[in-house]
Design a protein around this ligand. Structure first.
Ligand code: MN
Length: 264
């Protein structure tokens, strides 16, 4: 199960859209139309993702179809594509509401009947996570099950680099934080955080917590007890890097209590 509802990422952005619908439906009846549909409209125009993202192209296309009153299987196809291209349930609801005033109320009703089907399995939590995913260029990744016992709340982990320096993107849902812990090392080591999206906290034992925003860098010395995580009302993500050191190990300690966290 992939938690990345938006596949249009720097790392896997498609260079060309493969479309066969034209040839499948009309290849023998209207070969030229099929060719224009598959090779020009999709192969050339939709594929110009360096000029306009697939997500934006989906929004434009859905808007054009609904405005023209085309509420048929082609709209269903383009709503499904819009979802694949990263349009969230909340966003499609806003888009169709906006269209309704300019294109006509009954057209929006028709489109909503289809959209509710296309996005029917998306929960509020899925939608919030997908929306947060659009704020950052790094993926959210998968549930951080291996370390879940050292976290309060749900976190996600996406490997970014496994060569030279190990880098992972760690995403925290609102209220999620890791336990107090220590990155031990005899020399070097510690941890480097680079905040990429949302709002969070970093705290060293015995010191006031530091509020974190995108672009902030946290240099965590080895052997210092600390925790990091999201604000209670915001998603948060940081890259975590582990500098080389001698005799490195991580020691996981007690959770940050609701009382401590609640005082922030
Ligand atoms: Mn740490």
């Amino acid at each position: 199960m992939s938690y990345s509802q938006n596949p249009v990422r720097l790392t896997d952005r498609p260079s060309e859209i493969k479309q066969t619908a034209g040839r499948d439906a009309l290849g023998s009846f209207a070969p030229k139309f099929a060719e224009l549909n598959d090779d020009v409209l999709f192969g050339q125009v939709w594929s110009r993702t360096d000029k306009l993202s697939l997500r934006d192209r989906s929004i434009v296309t859905v808007t054009a179809l609904v405005s023209s009153g085309i509420i048929d299987s082609s709209l269903t196809y383009h709503l499904k594509e819009a979802r694949k291209n990263g349009v969230t349930r909340t966003e499609i609801a806003e888009i169709l509401t906006q269209i309704a005033f300019y294109a006509g109320w009954p057209k929006a009703w028709g489109a909503f009947r289809q959209a509710t089907e296309v996005w029917k399995d998306v929960t509020d939590a899925d939608d919030a996570r997908a929306a947060f995913g659009q704020e950052m260029i790094f993926p959210i990744g998968d549930p951080n099950d291996a370390y879940a016992k050292y976290f309060t709340g749900q976190s996600y982990l996406a490997p970014v680099s496994s060569e030279q320096i190990n880098i992972a993107n760690v995403t925290f849902e609102p209220g999620c934080r890791n336990n107090w812990h220590i990155h031990h090392a005899d020399k070097g080591g510690g941890q480097l955080l680079v905040c990429v999206a949302g709002r969070g906290w970093y705290q060293e034992w015995g010191k006031p917590a530091r509020e974190l925003h995108p672009g902030d860098v946290v240099n965590i010395p080895a052997n210092v007890k600390h925790w990091h995580g999201a604000a209670k009302d915001s998603w948060f993500a940081h890259l975590a890097m582990s500098p080389d050191g001698e005799n490195t190990s991580n020691e996981w300690l007690e959770p940050v209590t609701d009382e401590e966290y609640g005082r922030l």
